[in-house]
Design a protein around this ligand. Structure first.
Ligand SMILES: Nc1nc2c(c(=O)[nH]1)N[C@@H](CN(C=O)c1ccc(C(=O)N[C@@H](CCC(=O)O)C(=O)O)cc1)CN2
Length: 291
């Protein structure tokens, strides 16, 4: 079997067109959705990501501001910027690009963002909302993965999903979102014994480790859906995910590529969250809940 591809670029184009339509409707009411992106330091990958976020905003008719600070920017200065943006009515979403330099407490900065503008979905209020099924912003990467599953009409109810990775921004929220769709969820991590025994049971596997070839063909049940969140470089410096794509695609039923899979969806869901923040501020939004 050769797996069908879940194309994150194609799905992003569709969803971004919908964002653009909704943004235009909001603009007609005098409100332009606005995103503030803050980058501290000179991490080359982060520079690419924030540039892509700003471009995606422009392409979909969202206003954005990019604030770049050098690596010596202090935590206090950053917190002050966040407070200013919290109070700025033109800004509906605030995103602080991660990772931050080591002298800055990232969690402290995230908690300083108003939950109403937490379009990254990283604030503890957003995490709590996701856990309890209350309205709140969902972290963009796992939210994008859920949209990819939805796009293939995959019925999650009663299916066994294995999430490899337990980070606060991907693994844990991913597991909660799958659970909210009535999947039976296993979270595997660095201390998991016999990973293969778990993944072989899975109907859906989400690999979010940050290490190449964590998932190989012998670890996948024929026909399973494989979502690759990884973003690594191979020996030749080429971008690759956590999944041994060439091998796994011969066993899986569906698979996401890297690049062109989850990555673009992360940015797309940021646009969706920013638009929704603006709609909520304008009082026109349906509240987004975990269910
Ligand atoms: N504040 C945040 N920081 C970080 C997040 C986040 O969601 N919020 N996620 C990651 C990085 N990230 C977004 O910021 C991100 C990573 C990758 C992509 C992407 O489109 N990747 C492309 C390939 C890009 C390339 O060629 O290098 C792809 O997969 O096709 C988008 C966003 C950590 N920090």
């Amino acid at each position: 079997m050769t797996a069908q591809l879940i194309d994150g670029n194609a799905l992003s184009r569709q969803l971004r067109a919908q964002v653009a339509q909704r943004a235009a409707a909001l603009k007609a009411r005098g409100i332009t959705p606005g995103l503030a992106v803050i980058l501290v330091g000179d991490n080359p990958a982060s520079q690419v990501y924030v540039r892509n976020k700003v471009k995606a905003c422009a392409d979909s008719g969202l206003h954005s501001v990019l604030e770049k600070y050098d690596a010596g920017f202090s935590e206090a200065e950053l917190l002050a910027r966040v407070q200013t943006l919290n109070a700025d009515p033109r800004i509906h979403g605030i995103l602080v690009q991660l990772p931050l330099p080591a002298h800055i407490d990232a969690q402290k900065v995230i908690e300083a963002i108003s939950p109403a503008k937490d379009v990254d979905g990283f604030h503890i209020a957003s995490a709590g909302a996701l856990m309890t099924g209350l309205p709140g912003f969902k972290p963009c990467t796992p939210y994008g993965c859920m949209k990819m599953l939805e796009s293939i009409g995959y019925p999650l109810r009663g299916k066994h999903a294995v999430v490899i990775g337990r980070s606060n921004i991907v693994g844990k929220p991913m597991a909660l979102m799958l659970l909210a769709q009535d999947a039976t969820v296993t979270i595997c991590h660095s201390a998991t014994q016999n990973l293969k025994a778990h993944t072989l049971q899975a109907d859906v596997i989400v690999a979010a480790v940050g290490k190449r070839k964590v998932l190989t063909a012998d670890m996948v049940k024929p026909g399973a859906v494989v979502i690759d969140v990884g973003m690594n470089r191979d020996e030749a410096g080429k971008l690759c995910g956590d999944v041994d794509f060439a091998g796994v695609r011969e066993v899986a039923g569906w698979i996401t590529p890297v690049p062109g899979g989850v990555g673009p969806m992360t940015i797309t869901m940021l646009l969706v969250n920013t638009l929704e923040a603006a709609e909520r501020a304008a009082g026109v939004a349906e509240q987004n809940s975990a269910h």
